[in-house]
Structure formats: C-alpha cells, structure tokens
Design a protein around this ligand. Sequence first.
Ligand SMILES: CC(C)(COP(=O)(O)OP(=O)(O)OC[C@H]1O[C@@H](n2cnc3c(N)ncnc32)[C@H](O)[C@@H]1OP(=O)(O)O)[C@@H](O)C(=O)NCCC(=O)NCCS
Length: 188
Amino acid sequence: MEQEPRAVRFSQTTLTELMIPSYANFGGKIHGGILLSLIDKVAYSCAARHAGTYCVTVSVDGVDFLEPVEVGDLVSLHASVNYVGRTSLVIGIRVIAENVRNGIQRHTNTSYVTMVAKGDDDKPTVVPELLLENEEDARRFLEAIKRRELKESYRDAFDNAKTRIDVQANLEKLSQQRCVIGWDKNDI
Ligand SMILES: CC(C)(COP(=O)(O)OP(=O)(O)OC[C@H]1O[C@@H](n2cnc3c(N)ncnc32)[C@H](O)[C@@H]1OP(=O)(O)O)[C@@H](O)C(=O)NCCC(=O)NCCS
C-alpha cells in the first residue's frame, strides 16, 4: 500500500551528547570512532522515523575530521532526510561541537549517510515519498541526486583503478613518492 508523503520536518532529529573522558584518545581528543557511532545512531533514528520501519546503513560519505573535538564539549548532531529513492534514504548530518564555558560553537563536519529500509521479511521495502515544503528542502534533494551521480562515476573509475594499472609502465610515478622499490625492477 502506497503511504502518504512525509515532510522533512516529520523526521528531523537532533542528538546531543556530552564528550566524557572515556571517549578520548591518547592525545586527549575525542576518538573519530565515537563521532562515527553518533553519526550512525542519529542517521538511523531519522531514517527509521521517515520510513516507519527498521533501517540499515549502506554507506557513509563526507566524513572528514578537520578539527578536533575536546573532552567537555557538547556535540549536537542535526539529521534530516535529504533524499529518498524507492527503498533508500540519504540523511544529511550536521555536527556542531559547543564549548559550554565560552559558548563557542564549531561546525566540525557534515556527513551523508545512505540507509535502506527493511521490511519484516528483512528485504528492502518502499519508503514514503519526501514532501518538500520549501526551496531549501528541494535544494538538498537536488544536491543529493548530484552527489549520487558523482559517486556512481567515481565508483566506476575507482574499480577501474584496481584492474587497469600496469605496474611496470608506472614505476616512474613511484620514484616521486615516499616509497622505495625493494625488488630488482628487471625481474619480471
Ligand atoms: C543495503 C542492502 C539491503 C542492499 O541490498 P541489495 O540487494 O543491493 O538491494 P537492492 O539492489 O534492492 O538495493 C536497495 C537500495 O539500496 C541502494 N544501494 C545499494 N547499494 C548501495 C550503495 N553502495 N550505496 C548507496 N545505495 C545503495 C540501491 O540503490 C537501492 O536504493 P533504491 O531502492 O532507493 O533505488 C544490503 O546490501 C544489505 O543488507 N547490506 C548490509 C547492511 C548492513 O548490515 N549495514 C550495517 C553494517 S554494520
């Protein structure tokens, strides 16, 4: 049965968590894995609300940790459905770290998580269409289509990179890199 479209705001979700000392690495900053886990958690909550069913993570894009997050920061992850396909959803997540003592907020990264909705039979199941209520919603949907197209062409190029490289013909490239050839190049 076709479900009613659902608005972006229907499933918008914010998760706020205090960065406690046990989340820190040996350098005293927060482990990247802690943030990844929170990103996955908030993406799941947002996707499951929209889909009204259990969802699984298929891929995570755009996770670049450009600034460290400190112990004591309050990290808020704002998640919205950016795009829906037939059974998949792309959730955009904006991560903000706040220093509670001086009130300074830093946008640490934006990630895009693709989730797939699963039915009771554990097979991908159709999700409600997304109701776009303003130009911002439409812009995010269009951007997600563009990223999807870019990713598909990138995936083809990436797969070709594995199979199409002639090592002997490309050894010169390695001489400009920080690596050392440890075998006799004339041995074939
Ligand atoms: C996600 C999964 C259900 C897809 O299975 P599948 O047999 O490829 O199913 P389909 O071909 O019907 O694809 C289902 C949807 O996933 C999308 N999809 C599949 N692979 C994808 C990928 N690498 N990136 C983005 N979307 C992808 C398809 O485009 C399709 O979307 P649509 O229905 O909106 O068009 C399956 O790969 C799976 O269960 N993976 C494990 C997920 C999991 O356990 N995650 C937690 C990891 S710890």
